[in-house]
Design a protein around this ligand. Sequence first.
Ligand code: HEM
Length: 529
Amino acid sequence: MTARERVAGNVAGYVDDRTGAAKWMKKNLTKVFPDHWSFLLGEICLYSFVILLLSGTFLTFWFDPSMKEVVYNGSYEPLQGIKMSAAYASTLDISFEVRGGLLMRQIHHWAALIFMIGIVVHLMRVYFTGAFRKPREFNWIIGVGLLTLGIVEGFLGYSLPDDLLSGTGIRIAEAIIQALPVVGSYLAYFAFGGAFPGEAFIPRIYTVHILLLPGIFLALITVHLMLVWYQKHTQFPGPGRTEQNVVGYPLMPVYMAKAGGFFFIVFGVTAFLGAVASINPVWLYGPYTPGQVSAGSQPDWYMGWLDGLVRMAPPLESYIFGYTISWNILIPGLILPGIMFTGLALYPFIESWATGDRREHHLLDRPRNAPNRTAIGAMALTFTLVALINGGNDIIATTFDLTINQMMWFSRIAIIVLPPIAFVVTKRLCLSLQRADRDLVLHGRETGRLVRMPNGEFIEVHEPISAEKAWLLTSHEQLAPLELPEHDEAGVRRPGALKNKLRNRISRAAAVAVPKATETERRELEGHH
Ligand code: HEM
């Protein structure tokens, strides 16, 4: 044993005597993880969160969350001599005076954008593959919590510098709070410590942005990952993979090396973007004053859909018992997002209720084999995308020489018409893909080789696919629809008959499928060929 090995052994022994870590490490470091590129999406969220914590901590050394009025006399000439808040002035100082400050600000902002896109794409992979099914429903709900908090955290972050763009965003947030019937104006007064904009809001959201929400994030991400650990990761069907096992590589050394490398790739991309791509150049916007709004004001993309919904709302207001109810803000700003996020959180429960499938699932679905789920996802994405596009209605209108009215009417109609179309088209596409799979299993792969028969007919030669591929294309389950009886044996309508009828309908829609090729059919056709 070399001296170095002896020292390492002594240190390990010392720690183990006091913590009993060796047994725990031995068990957990050999834990097996399945391998698929889409399982890296959650890791992108994790690594960009770490980057956010590190770059954000750097920014707190110089950022001054104060509304105290100062006169700017830093090195950015166009703003010299202008009155502004200390918050805005310190953001300018970080950008122009602090060494590496602008780079850190840009890394922080890019990391936030990557974090949010990572969350949304990770959510989509979990949704479209059915990874949210039992026993992972809790983790799905924690995920929806993380998404919601991410949106709020990002919004609070870009509201801090007190520039003209961020102030405009805060003004919209204030309007949404005020739209709450009865309590709205009191709540807004409470949040802003008086009339808008006041001096209290930015120091308050600073505490929430750097202390409260990151703490909640850390706690939720820890629970999220502990659950992935405990429940084990799902896997796509494949040779040797069952509902009871996990096929993959051990955590140590394979995943440690992969994950470590991947962290540096995510960090590298973020640092590169921070170095070369300008983001949120607040010095161009100027300090916030409530009387001004610059043309082309845009929120960050993860808020764009909400802005787009508010922008397309028709001017609806009612006056009830002396209170004004602004439906034009209440519906797009609170009611619709409330329905969207509640629906998202409850989706795993709605699906298992509708299909009657309450079993555990550790093997993932191919999206085409769950056409209804895939179509609902496409419908929800289309709705959000139309809203997001309308969030940039002014920019799109000026770029393509349209009027704001044309954009607004396009969005108002599209948000109602396009989602159902997306549903139908996606469902048909899934069924066509199922049909293609069935043909592939039964008739083999098209080779592109044409052969002329003695009678002059041309046929294309098909090659049988491998047994492994044929098994993969037919290993999924095809659930039969629920048949909940409306009447009992005596012919009397059962209690809850209407509910059962609805469940039957939904489950019938969910069970529509092209029957997968069976082994008998395959054998028969093989003999035939
Ligand atoms: C801060 C944000 C998030 C982080 C850091 C994070 C991290 C992760 C990681 C590292 C994994 C394991 C690897 C993978 O499957 O990609 C995972 C799995 C999972 N995540 Fe997330 N996630 C976040 C947000 C979300 C969201 C928004 C949802 C859904 C609403 C979600 C639902 C799930 C589920 C159900 C699993 C288990 C997947 C399986 O076993 O196949 N997560 N998450």
